[in-house]
Design a protein around this ligand. Sequence first.
Ligand code: SF4
Length: 123
Amino acid sequence: MKKHEMICIVCPMSCHLEVDLDDAGQVLNVTGNSCNRGDVYARKELTNPTRMLTSTVKISGALYDRLPVITSSDIPKGKMFEVMKALAHVEVVAPVAMNEVIIKNVCGLDVDIIASRSMERVH
Ligand code: SF4
């Protein structure tokens, strides 16, 4: 049996988790969590870690030249670079509304890239 230590990042409590794994790497037990979300986080982090991705894309006609965007849900950590590469080629034109879909089904992940703020057209 192996032990794995990690910090839960689900909320600001930052609980110190200890995870028992069998020899095949399967999670046997999670301790140190103050709520069940820590247990779920630890199991997911050790089998299929995912994260929300925040970034920016080019925008023209707005006050700023970059539009903040975010994934509509978390994506596998291993796909972050691929999604960032897809964002590098995107340019939108103002106006853009908050939560507007900028890329549908990015990289075939069944997740959208959405605008995380509105930007008016100014020129
Ligand atoms: S285990 Fe629960 S209380 Fe602790 S950091 Fe995770 S979500 Fe927050």
